[in-house]
Design a binder for this molecule. Sequence first.
Ligand SMILES: Nc1ncnc2c1ncn2[C@@H]1O[C@H](COP(=O)(O)OP(=O)(O)O)[C@@H](O)[C@H]1O
Ligand SMILES: [Mg+2]
Length: 253
Amino acid sequence: MANAVISLKSLEKSFKDQKVLKGVDMEIRRGEIFALLGSNGAGKTTVVNILSTLIKPSGGKASVCGYDVQRQPDRVRETISLTGQFAALDGMLTGRENMIMIARLRGVSNSAKVADNLLARFRLSDAANRRAEKYSGGMKRRLDIAMSLIGTPEVIFLDEPTTGLDPEARIEVWNTIKELAGGGTTILLTTQYLEEAEQLADRIGILHGGKILTTGTLSEFKEMYPPKKVEYIEKQPTLEEIFLSITGKKEEM
Ligand SMILES: Nc1ncnc2c1ncn2[C@@H]1O[C@H](COP(=O)(O)OP(=O)(O)O)[C@@H](O)[C@H]1O
Ligand SMILES: [Mg+2]
């Protein structure tokens, strides 16, 4: 793939005698949202940790923006930002203080201005001077994602950005991620929710049994697995749909 920003070739990872990744091949294009879909324990975080140079692969190759994760880890770190599965903010600090702290750590010169712009972009200006521990789950995630944008990384990793959030907060975070992708940033997100991949991803890769089973767009998937037969059945709404229509959040999706 000519414009691949992230490339994984025969990537392997074992923890002691447990083979978690058994030859993962995957390419992600510049500017796309790629969802790595897999159930709990499939190895999604392991992939993200290798790409963000936190752990080393046992075999194979991986590169980000042309930099090899093993031979040029410093270069890789300069181009990426990682938002882990658990919020990385300091609850004792305000949202604004969290942002400014990260901006200073990343050597951003006008840290206060950068912080205020990002807080406004993520609709957190009103809450900026409240302690982060007082934020709702959705607000914490938004702050976390805002923090990951400081220093304008080319590639953003979002590891299970909505796990543990209630349906309203999940939609909030989805909208945030959709806005992000508009700016040309490449996003690799991991999720165990089919619906999340459906909502956000340009392309989806399914990680299962230590390998990528399929990669494609949602419409490609639908073509591969066309409905076999039209059946007339009463469709029961899911609890999530009921919850969303009761709380009036459905229109925002
Ligand atoms: N540091 C580690 N040491 C030992 N086993 C690990 C370690 N990290 C992950 N694993 C194991 O690797 C498998 C995949 O984990 P992970 O990548 O976290 O999956 P996912 O993020 O898809 O839920 C799990 O069985 C997990 O227990
Ligand atoms: Mg994980």
